[in-house]
Write a protein that binds this ligand. Structure first.
Ligand code: AMP
Ligand code: MG
Length: 399
C-alpha cells in the first residue's frame, strides 16, 4: 500500500513520450503546443494609431497652437502618409500607420472639427499619446509561445497574427478504456434485475473528450482466460489502458493477476485513500501504461481526475497547476487515509469556499451532479476546521 503522494510520484515518473503532429489552427484550441512560436514581425509592426482623431506635431501644441488645418486622411490599411505642413494635422483612424512627421494623436472626443479645421478642446495633451509604438509588445524574433502551453483563444490569436495556419502539437496516446464485470450491460439494452448498465467507461471517455483526448471503449467479462487474451491484445495495440473494476479482493477480481501474467509490472496496488483504495498501476516492458481503477463509480471518477488527468498533462509537457479551496464547514474523518471530500464550491468575495456534500459513499455517483470537485484532506489528521485551505481537484468548468 502506498500513500497518495507516493502514488503521485510513481505515476508522474512513468510519463508517456508523445509524438508530434500538425493540426490546422481551427483544430488547435485545447491542444498542447509542441513548438516555439516566434514573432515574424514587430508587435505592433508599425507605429499604430490607437484612437480615431487627428495626428499633429507635439511641438506646435507646445508653442500654443490649438487649431490645425486637416490636410489629409490616413485610414487603416493605407501605406504610411506624411504630414506636409508642420502646422497642419492628418485625420487618422485606429489601426492606421502614424503619418510621418506627426508624433501625437488627439482623439475626436477632445476635438471639434469645422470646415476641415480641427480645434483641440482639452488642455491635457501628452507627447506620443494614443500611439501604440512599433515593437512595444514584442520584437521580431521574440518567442511568443513555448511548448507545453494549452492553446486557448488568446494563443490562437497570436498564432493567427504570425501567420501560422498550421501548428505542431503533442499527439495524445492511443488509449483503451476497459470496463470489466459480468453484471455490466450495454447502455442501450434493458438490464435484467441483477445487471447494471456500464457507466464508468462513458464517464472516463467524457472526461477525456473534454481535454480533446480520445479513447476506445471495451467491456470484458470476469473470466480469467478471456481477460488474459483480451487484455494482451488491447495492451499490445494501445499506449495506455485505463481499466475500471475487477481489482479488489473479490473472488472474481482477476485483473491484477492477469496484468502481471501478460507482462504488465505492478508499480503499486492499494493507495491509502478513500475513495479509491484498490487502485492498481503498472507498466509493461515495452512502456505500455496501465491504470486499473476501482470499479465503484465515484472511485473511478476521483482516480481519473486525481491521477490520470495530471499524468496525461505532464506527459504532454504541461506544467501542473494546483488549486486550493477553503473548507466552509468543520469536517471529521477518522481513518488513517487521505480523504477526497466531495464539495460544491462558491466564490465568496474572491475566496473559493468548499461546501462538503459527501453523499452516500463511493457507489453513489448520483451525488456527483451536486458537487464540483474533491477537496484533498490529509491522512495525518481527523479534524478539519472551517477556514482552512486544502488542495482542490475540480471536475466542473467555471461557468
Ligand atoms: P469491482 O471493482 O469490479 O468490484 O466493482 C465495484 C462496483 O462498481 C460494483 O458495484 C460494480 O458493479 C461497479 N462497477 C464496476 N464497473 C462499472 C462500470 N463500468 N460502470 C458502472 N459501475 C461499475
Ligand atoms: Mg467487478
Amino acid at each position: 500500500m502506498v500513500s497518495v503522494s507516493e502514488a503521485t510520484v510513481n505515476i508522474l515518473s512513468q510519463l508517456y513520450k508523445p509524438s508530434i503532429e500538425t493540426v490546422t489552427i481551427t483544430d488547435a484550441p485545447g491542444r498542447v503546443l509542441a513548438e516555439n512560436v516566434l514573432a515574424d514581425r514587430d508587435f505592433p509592426p508599425f507605429d499604430r494609431v490607437s484612437m480615431d482623431g487627428v495626428a499633429i506635431r507635439f511641438n506646435e501644441w507646445k508653442r500654443g497652437q490649438r487649431s490645425f488645418g486637416i490636410e489629409d486622411v490616413q485610414a487603416a490599411g493605407s501605406p504610411a502618409g506624411q504630414l506636409r505642413h508642420a502646422q497642419c494635422a492628418v485625420e487618422v483612424m485606429t489601426g492606421a500607420v502614424l503619418p510621418e512627421g506627426t508624433d501625437t494623436v488627439i482623439r475626436y472626443e477632445d476635438l471639434t472639427i469645422h470646415e476641415d479645421q480641427a480645434t483641440i478642446q482639452t488642455m491635457d495633451v501628452k507627447q506620443g499619446q494614443s500611439i501604440h509604438r512599433q515593437g512595444q509588445d514584442a520584437l521580431q524574433g521574440d518567442v511568443l509561445l513555448e511548448p507545453g502551453i494549452i492553446l486557448s483563444p488568446a494563443e490562437i490569436a497570436l498564432l493567427a497574427s504570425v501567420g501560422k495556419s498550421e501548428v505542431k502539437v503533442y499527439a495524445f496516446p492511443k488509449t483503451a478504456i476497459v470496463a470489466s464485470g459480468d453484471e455490466l450491460v450495454e447502455i442501450d439494452t434493458e438490464p435484467e434485475p441483477h445487471q447494471i448498465r456500464r457507466s464508468n467507461t462513458y464517464a472516463i471517455q467524457a472526461a477525456m473528450k473534454v481535454m480533446g483526448w480520445e479513447g476506445t471503449q471495451f467491456h470484458l467479462m470476469d473470466d480469467k482466460n478471456v481477460l488474459v487474451d483480451s487484455l494482451r491484445m488491447i495492451t499490445a495495440s494501445h499506449d495506455v489502458v485505463i481499466l475500471s473494476g475487477g481489482i479488489s479482493k473479490g473472488k472474481f477480481d482477476f485483473i491484477p493477476d492477469v496484468l502481471e501474467e501478460i507482462g504488465v509490472k505492478k508499480v503499486f496496488q492499494f493507495v491509502r485513500q478513500r475513495p479509491g483504495k484498490p487502485f492498481w498501476f503498472g507498466v509493461s516492458d515495452s512502456g505500455k501504461i496501465v491504470f486499473a481503477l476501482p470499479g465503484n463509480p465515484v472511485s473511478t471518477y476521483l482516480c481519473f481526475y486525481r491521477y490520470v488527468r495530471p499524468w496525461l498533462l505532464s506527459s504532454l509537457h504541461v506544467a501542473l497547476k494546483s488549486m486550493h479551496a477553503i473548507l466552509a464547514r468543520d469536517f471529521e474523518f477518522e481513518p488513517d487515509l487521505t480523504y477526497f471530500l466531495q464539495v460544491s464550491v462558491r466564490n465568496e468575495m474572491g475566496k473559493l469556499m468548499a461546501y462538503p456534500d459527501s453523499g452516500g459513499g463511493s457507489g453513489d455517483f448520483a451525488n456527483l451532479k451536486k458537487v464540483d470537485g474533491f477537496l484533498e484532506l490529509p491522512s495525518d489528521r481527523s479534524t478539519f476546521k472551517a477556514g482552512e485551505a486544502f488542495p482542490f481537484i475540480p471536475f466542473r468548468l467555471a461557468n
